[in-house]
Write a protein that binds this ligand. Structure first.
Ligand SMILES: [Zn+2]
Length: 82
């Protein structure tokens, strides 16, 4: 699939836009493009949702102590067998 040049530019600049490092004039054209282009807006929304989930997963990650101990045991046992 070939994207229009303005979409390729917008998608290439999405990370910089998200980090807030995009120059002001490109920031404006990015916002205008996202307002007008459903494809890029949809792509951005999917990325936002993914980043949100990753960010939440980082905080909710927990490994029960018994499981952690069992895994460490397996790793320790495995390395002794080598
Ligand atoms: Zn686009």
């Amino acid at each position: 699939m070939t994207l229009p040049a303005e979409c390729e530019t917008a998608l290439a600049q999405l990370d910089a836009w998200r980090r807030g490092t995009l120059p002001a004039e490109e920031l404006a054209s990015m916002q205008t493009h996202l307002d007008a282009c459903r494809r890029c807006l949809s792509y951005k929304c999917h990325e936002d949702a993914l980043l949100d989930r990753l960010s939440n997963a980082k905080h909710n990650c927990c490994c029960p102590d018994e499981l952690r101990a069992a895994i460490m045991q397996i790793i320790a046992t495995g390395s002794r067998d080598d």
